[in-house]
Design a protein around this ligand. Structure first.
Ligand code: MG
Ligand code: ZN
Length: 372
């Protein structure tokens, strides 16, 4: 009798455990901090990636700005472990593939697993469900981070193949650099006209936030041969303007949308061990973040997830040899580091992003929340 009761209890318990582990945390109806009603399930998702951004980079966006940053507007914060399947320290390709496809893969892999088999990305899956989709980056649009959302190649340097994948993808709006991978290719193909035949208007000179964007067209902005200029070299508010234009375009049909927005060059400032470069880039990203959070607050149906693929530079805000009132930004490597990086979430479903988990969970959490 007793063993039957115990067995029954275990069955009930295991049912409960398996149930609860696959069911996301129920979201509150009222966001207690903002005081605004939020629905449990978001309609739109904006994933923002500041490449190479750990806590010191985010702290720099406070100390070197106005002592505060838009990151402070979040109440739901977590940490991710970023190792790839091949290395303790990930690169941006494996890091973005973890977010985009929910798998751990090898450094250099774009949207493919350890056996170089293509894995569907969240952008592709949502596109098939009728979402509008967008990718924005301050690197080439074919660089590892954005590429991992729409392309499947075995190695990140295959940017010509990645550009071709973009023309065949379901992306409705993109903005970034990388023009030469479309119009000065080794195979002489003209991908700009290929984009036009796919319904794109392509702009290679400037981005005007007041431009009329037809809901029936797709838009591509390729505003530099390679990466976009650095902020310290006068890039200006490209990231924020592209984000504004992209949100305007993708939201105008009242269809749900998914957007990936990358501050690509925080990473490059870290690799160069140039604090001024890095700080210019993180402040630019923070500015864009402010715009996105304002939009999400107005909209009420948009989940915003902000994170990084890894930290770059082993960056610290060290004291200047014991002078505790002077910060001396210091780097410990020209590469990436293995430290956990923070995740910030706002909007319906945001609570699910608290805790410490693997980078692949970004994909799984968003997917679970949308399928709720
Ligand atoms: Mg990147
Ligand atoms: Zn890097």
């Amino acid at each position: 009798m007793r063993s039957i009761i115990i067995t029954t209890f275990c069955i009930v318990l295991s049912l409960f455990v398996s149930c609860s582990s696959s069911t996301p945390v129920v979201e509150e109806i009222i966001d207690v901090v903002e005081g605004t009603p939020v629905k449990e399930r978001p309609i739109n998702v904006i994933l923002m990636i500041a490449d190479g951004t750990g806590l010191s980079q985010i702290s720099a966006s406070q100390f070197y700005n106005v002592n505060t940053s838009n990151y402070e507007r979040f109440r739901h914060i977590g940490l991710i472990k970023t190792s790839s399947s091949s290395d303790l320290i990930t690169d941006s390709a494996a890091g973005a593939t973890a977010f985009a496809s929910g798998i751990k893969t090898y450094n250099g892999a774009i949207g493919v697993d350890n056996d170089t088999i293509a894995k569907p990305t969240i952008l592709e899956q949502l596109d098939r469900k009728g979402y509008k989709t967008g990718v924005i980056a301050t690197s080439t649009i074919t660089h590892a981070t954005p590429a991992s959302f729409y392309a499947h190649v075995r190695y990140r340097k295959m940017e010509e193949e990645i550009a071709e994948a973009l023309t065949l993808s379901g992306v409705d709006f993109f903005a970034g650099g990388g023009l030469k991978y479309f119009n000065a290719r080794s195979d002489k193909k003209d991908l700009l006209s290929q984009l036009q035949t796919k319904g794109f208007e392509v702009e290679t000179n400037f981005l005007n936030t007041d431009a009329f964007l037809s809901p029936d067209k797709k838009y591509g902005f390729l505003l530099a041969e390679e990466g976009m200029p650095k902020m310290i070299d006068g890039r200006g508010p490209f990231l924020k303007n592209a984000t504004q234009l992209g949100i305007n375009h993708l939201s105008q049909n009242k269809q749900p949308f998914f957007m990936m927005i990358e501050g690509s060059q925080v990473d490059w400032g870290g690799h160069a061990n140039e604090a001024n470069y890095l700080i210019g880039e993180i402040i630019d990203f923070d500015d864009t973040l402010g715009y996105v959070l304002d939009y999400a607050k107005r909209d009420g149906n948009t989940l915003v997830v902000v994170t990084a693929d890894h930290e770059t530079g082993g960056f610290t805000l060290a004291s200047d040899d014991g002078n505790y009132n002077i910060i001396k930004p210091t780097f410990s490597t020209g590469g990436h580091s293995a430290t956990m990086v923070p995740v910030f979430a706002y909007g319906p479903g945001a609570k699910n992003f608290a805790g410490i988990y693997e980078n692949t969970e970004i994909y799984h959490k968003i997917t679970r929340i949308l399928n709720r």
